[in-house]
Design a protein around this ligand. Sequence first.
Ligand code: PBG
Length: 332
Amino acid sequence: MTQDDTGPRGPLVRPRRLRRTPALRRMVAETSLEARQLVLPLFVREGLDEPRPVSTMPGVVQHTRDSLKAAAAEAAELGLGGVMLFGVPETKDAVGSGATDPAGVLNLAITDIVAEVGDQLTVMSDLCLDEFTDHGHCGLLTPDGEVDNDKTLAAYAAMALAQAEAGVDMVGPSGMMDGQVAVVRQALDAAEFSGVSVLAYSAKYASAFFGPFRAAVDSSLEGDRRTYQQDPANGVEGVREALLDVAEGADIVMVKPALGYLDVVRRVRDAVDVPVAAYNVSGEYAMVEAAAARGWIDREAAILETLTSIRRAGADVVLTYWASEVSRLLRR
Ligand code: PBG
């Protein structure tokens, strides 16, 4: 029997039969969306008395240390996979001192959250200098203003140790320096933190879709990150980056952004034997929120379709600002 065969009453092969009832559709769905697969990115800002809305990301706030604990407790209660913490210091400098200071806002927040929900959630932290440097780059600069790969690696090793001392479960090196995973892994192992895992931002693109995030971390970046983040034109190179990171000891590899790069998610999923994460980034969030606010799109349906598509492309884990809300929706 072929697709073209027709009987007296029309086609014999009818894929629509499996779409006839909600029960049938549920039974044959190839992709699931579950709270445990979702990771909520959270921002904590030093020196706030109350949470401060992020203007470019309606519904997202910069947390105080207290409101951060409440958000993490809610994430745990909802059964999320984890939280990814970003710290915003009050003062920034050329070397990003706040990143390695044990009393820096991110390191304090890690300890708070591990104490609050560490046995129920995977507590992850962004391992990058851009939130802490006054020039806003992910690394240290040479005298003529270039991002210095190898000097930056030493700073990442120190940052990994500060986060591990604070109690983090998993660090997320996101600066796209060559060799960053190996250096972080070695530093952790040498300090007897071999149990701390590494989620590598492996295929991270120089993307306009990170734009709204800049307001969330009070970024002072001028210019762009094209000398270290990838060219959006390159897919093979994304796989190469992921394979390198696995060889360097990454426990999970990530593709970021997600939506414009679903082909890269699929290629990486097929190429590696570790879990693959994808980051549904600030610009992807902002587009749906902006269209929904104008009544141009069905917000909940668009969110669920977005996350399901990222999972279908091959992501085992999805970082999304909608994680808590979606987990609530999935319970209905
Ligand atoms: C770097 C980092 C960025 C994001 C996550 N980690 C910014 C950048 O690379 O420019 C972006 C996340 C988002 O857009 O939601 N610390």
